[in-house]
Structure formats: structure tokens, C-alpha cells
Design a protein around this ligand. Structure first.
Ligand SMILES: CC(C)(COP(=O)([O-])OP(=O)([O-])OC[C@H]1O[C@@H](n2cnc3c(N)ncnc32)[C@H](O)[C@@H]1OP(=O)([O-])[O-])[C@@H](O)C(=O)NCCC(=O)NCCSC(=O)C[C@@](C)(O)CC(=O)[O-]
Length: 453
């Protein structure tokens, strides 16, 4: 029995800063970002948007556009690294919003949970749901990936920001893609990118307050969470390369094949923290797994890096990139990093590109290289199904992205600093963050959302 993705939908922050505007403001050569990293636009959440809003909008679209009977849904598993609570998962918020929209108890028997492992949490949720459907073929699951990739102002990650969600229906005999049995994993505990709790002293917190008695209960130090990660960019690239290479060659062993694996893949879908990450990172695998052995595994480390760099400049590699990777890059250039959603947006971008150019890809194999900082890679593959085109009819990815509203640099900075109070875009037919409870002490921090017609 086949299992895989039966339907797909998405929601992204539909306001953006042109990357050129950011480059000029930060005194970076625009060509570096546009031609070196492949960036064109950077989406950023509006005042009324957060990871719950993106997830709820993608999920609502998935349900309505595919006329999903919620009684058939046994699980909604969320991949995210933008949790807004250490206890209550985003999945719990999604359930309450779906009940508001589709009726009380609509999902009362549905199992829901968040999966967190940086950008690979959505792939972990997918693998888990596939196993569940294999065991329970009459049941269905939904995977929602939702994140806000926010970096500090002026940091090396600033131009890779983005925000949004992808939701997918996982079922037996799927319409879009059926995944194969083999999944290879490579894991190593590292500090390439992480979002630690940072400590702040009671003295620091209370120095500007008028001795409010609520603060008496504070411990000497409390832990605060910041959306922006601590990261080492070039080291994170090295970890990405090491994990994906190891998982790729483990995958070959699992398949017991000596043929050049990537040649058997019609398209390659990778985690894209920015558009050109895949093409910059895949050159090592390309060279090591080529029939001609472009580089040897055992050359001296200094030469090794130079050789890999040379491979990326070759005509062969360039046409390989155009053929197998570029369709996945297109949406990433217009959105930025979606963390858990990036790899699935790459799949959607590839299929939308083939849909719009009327290319038939049913029966072809797609290879997936997932990565999450911290760090873990998973390599797996799937076959595009005969009904993929009809399943994509309503998605209209590039039409939707073209409607994104441009913002200027001052608006971007005031949104980033949370100084902006008024939404840039008037919401329509979507979920919005209504308010966050500020009253002390009961329900402080509780978030309330509403549907806007
Ligand atoms: C991604 C980095 C490291 C980039 O770091 P960087 O220092 O901005 O850029 P770079 O120096 O690595 O590369 C610039 C490229 O532009 C080229 N260039 C230069 N000038 C020009 C010009 N004038 N015209 C044309 N091209 C130009 C230059 O030649 C080079 O291309 P290359 O030759 O190496 O292919 C940085 O943005 C960063 O630290 N980002 C945040 C972390 C990150 O995204 N890491 C990626 C791997 S980890 C990951 O993917 C997981 C993650 C981040 O998504 C989190 C999670 O798992 O949750």
C-alpha cells in the first residue's frame, strides 16, 4: 500500500521587503544577496500574524479546498520551532481555532502534538504520520509546519528571514506523492544554531517598576526566551553539509545500490534556509557520488574544499542545478526561510512550476534531503502520483506570492522591533491574532485569535 501526501496548502506572510532595499540599508552589495544567495524578497509577519495564525490559515485552506471530513482525521502533528509556550503546543491552539470554525468537538478525538527539532521537525512529523497511516490505512493525518524565521537586526541571518506555513494531508493511496520505505538519518549534537533561554536578574526586571507586589514572587533570576537564534553561519553550513552527506550515503547503503543516486531523481528537494543553499551544499555529494569520481574522499582537507568549490563552477554542475534544483528554489527566493516549512515549500514550488509550464512528472522519483540545526538530516524519496495535477489545482502558489504587499525599510524595522501597532495589510478571510492577555496574574500571556471575513 502506498502512503504519502494527498493534498497540500500554504500561507505566508504576504508582506515583504525587497532584498535590494535591505542590502542598500545595510551597506551590502545587492548582487551578493541576489546572485550569490539567490534572494529577491524577504517576507515578514504583519502585526496580526504569528506561527499560530500561519498554521491555522494553511490548515483552514487545506480543509476547505479539499472538502476534508474532519471525522476522518486522527492526528494533526505540527512541526515548528516557533513555539509560543513551553507547555501548550501550537497544535492545541490550532484545535481550538478549527473548533471555532468547523464546530465544537469537530476534532474532539484527534491526537495533536508539536514536533520540535529546528527545521527538520516537520519531516519528523511527516515520517511519524506516514507510519501511522501504514498501520491504520483507513485513517488520515495532517502535518502542519509553521514558523517565523526571525534574526537579529544587522546580523548575518537578517537577509534570510521569512515566515509562513505549509499544511499537508497524509493518507493511503495519495494523489500527490507516495514515499518509499527507506529513510536514512544522520545525527550529531552540535551548537550551530539554537534558541536558548537566557537568564535575566530580578533586579534588572524590577528596576523601573513601582514596587508592584506581583514582582515579589519572582526568583532571583528568571529565564526569558527570544525568537532570534544564536548561530554560527559558516559552521551551520558545515554541519548541514556533513549531516546531509552522511545521510545520503547511508541511504545508498539502505537501498543497496552503487549507482549514482541523484541521477535517478527527477528533482531534488532540500531544506532551503535561503534559495541557493541547496546548490552550494550539494556539490560535495555530486562530486563524491559521480560515476567519474570527480573528487576522492581522501584528498588533503585544504585541497578537498578547493576541489568542491571548483565543482560548483563546472558547466555540468550548473546544468544539474538548473534541471534538478532550480524549480524548488523559485518560491524560496520570493519568501525567505520558512524553517520547518522550507522543504515542503520546495516541493510545492517544484510542482507548481511544472504545473504552470504544463510539464508531466507523474511516475518520476523526487529525492529529499532534509536538515535541522542541532543537528539532523534525513534522506528519503518519493514517486509523483498520476493525480498530482488535479490535487494542485487550487494551490496557485506563484499567483498568490505575486500579490504580496511591498513594505519600506522603516516599516520593516518597526515590525521587527514590535513598535508597529497597526497592521500593514487589512486582513480578509483569514485568522488573525486578536490580543495577548496582559492582566496579572491569571491568563497572562494567553493568546486570543479570531477569524476575519
Ligand atoms: C547563510 C549564511 C551563512 C551566508 O553567509 P554570508 O557570509 O552572508 O555569505 P557567504 O560568504 O557564505 O556566501 C556569499 C555568496 O555570495 C557570493 N557573492 C558575494 N558577492 C557577490 C557579488 N557581488 N555577486 C555575486 N555573488 C557574490 C559569494 O561568492 C558566495 O557564493 P559562493 O561562491 O560561496 O557560492 C548567513 O546568511 C547565515 O549565517 N544565515 C543564518 C544561518 C543559516 O541560514 N545557515 C544555513 C545552514 S543551517 C540551516 O539550514 C538550518 C536553519 C538555519 O534553517 C535553522 C534550522 O534548522 O532551524
Amino acid at each position: 500500500m502506498k502512503t504519502g501526501i494527498d493534498a497540500i496548502s500554504f500561507d505566508v506572510a504576504n508582506i515583504h521587503l525587497p532584498i535590494k532595499t535591505l542590502a542598500i540599508a545595510r551597506n551590502i552589495e545587492p548582487e551578493k544577496l541576489e546572485k550569490g544567495l539567490g534572494l529577491l524578497k524577504m517576507t515578514f509577519p504583519d502585526v496580526h500574524q504569528d506561527a499560530v495564525v500561519f498554521g491555522a490559515n494553511a490548515l483552514t485552506k487545506l480543509i476547505i479546498e479539499n472538502k476534508i471530513d474532519l471525522k476522518e482525521i486522527s492526528r494533526i502533528y505540527v512541526g515548528t520551532e516557533s513555539g509560543i509556550d513551553s507547555s501548550k503546543p501550537i497544535a492545541s491552539y490550532l484545535i481550538s481555532l478549527m473548533e471555532q470554525k468547523f464546530g465544537e468537538d469537530a476534532l474532539a478525538e484527534c491526537d495533536v502534538v508539536d514536533f520540535t527539532f529546528a527545521c527538520i521537525g516537520g519531516v519528523d512529523a511527516l515520517q511519524n504520520c506516514l507510519d501511522f497511516v501504514k498501520l491504520n490505512p483507513t485513517k488520515k493525518a495532517i502535518v502542519v509546519t509553521s514558523d517565523f524565521a526571525k534574526y537579529d537586526l544587522n546580523s548575518g541571518g537578517e537577509y534570510t528571514q521569512g515566515a509562513g506555513a505549509v499544511a499537508m494531508l497524509i493518507a493511503a493511496n495519495p494523489k500527490i506523492i507516495a514515499f518509499d520505505e527507506n529513510w536514512a538519518t544522520s545525527t550529531k549534537g552540535v551548537f550551530d544554531f539554537f534558541k536558548p533561554y537566557r537568564t535575566i536578574s530580578k533586579e534588572e526586571i524590577t528596576k523601573n517598576t513601582n514596587n508592584d507586589s506581583w514582582f515579589d514572587n519572582l526568583e532571583a533570576e528568571i529565564e526569558i526566551h527570544k525568537d532570534q537564534p544564536v548561530f554560527d553561519g559558516q559552521y551551520s553550513n558545515q554541519c548541514y553539509m556533513d549531516r546531509t552527506r552522511n545521510a545520503y550515503f547511508s541511504f545508498k547503503k539502505l537501498k543497496n545500490t552503487t549507482e549514482t543516486l541523484y541521477k535517478t531523481w527527477h528533482s531534488i528537494i532540500m531544506h532551503l534556509p535561503y534559495s541557493f543553499q541547496g546548490r552550494r551544499m550539494l556539490s560535495e555529494i555530486y562530486a563524491l557520488d559521480s560515476a567519474e569520481k570527480i573528487i576522492a574522499d581522501d584528498i588533503a582537507p585544504a585541497d578537498y574544499q578547493t576541489k568542491i568549490k571548483e565543482v560548483t563552477k563546472s558547466d555540468d554542475y550548473r546544468s544539474f542545478v538548473t534541471e534538478k534544483l532550480q524549480p524548488a528554489e523559485l518560491a524560496s527566493s520570493l519568501i525567505g526561510n520558512l524553517y520547518t516549512g522550507s522543504i515542503f515549500m520546495g516541493l510545492l514550488s517544484t510542482l507548481a512550476q511544472f504545473y504552470d509550464t504544463n510539464k508531466e512528472v507523474a511516475g518520476t522519483k523526487f529525492g529529499f534531503l532534509a536538515y535541522g540545526s542541532g543537528s539532523k538530516s534525513k534522506v528519503f524519496e518519493g514517486t509523483i502520483q498520476p493525480e498530482w495535477k488535479s490535487a494542485l489545482e487550487n494551490v496557485k502558489l506563484f499567483e498568490n506570492l505575486a500579490e504580496s504587499v511591498e513594505i519600506d525599510f522603516n516599516t520593516y524595522e518597526s515590525l521587527h522591533k514590535k513598535e508597529q501597532k497597526q497592521s500593514v495589510r487589512t486582513p480578509k478571510n483569514e485568522w488573525v491574532l486578536d490580543r495577548i492577555e496582559k492582566e496579572i496574574p491569571v491568563l497572562i500571556g494567553a493568546r486570543y485569535y479570531k477569524w476575519v471575513d
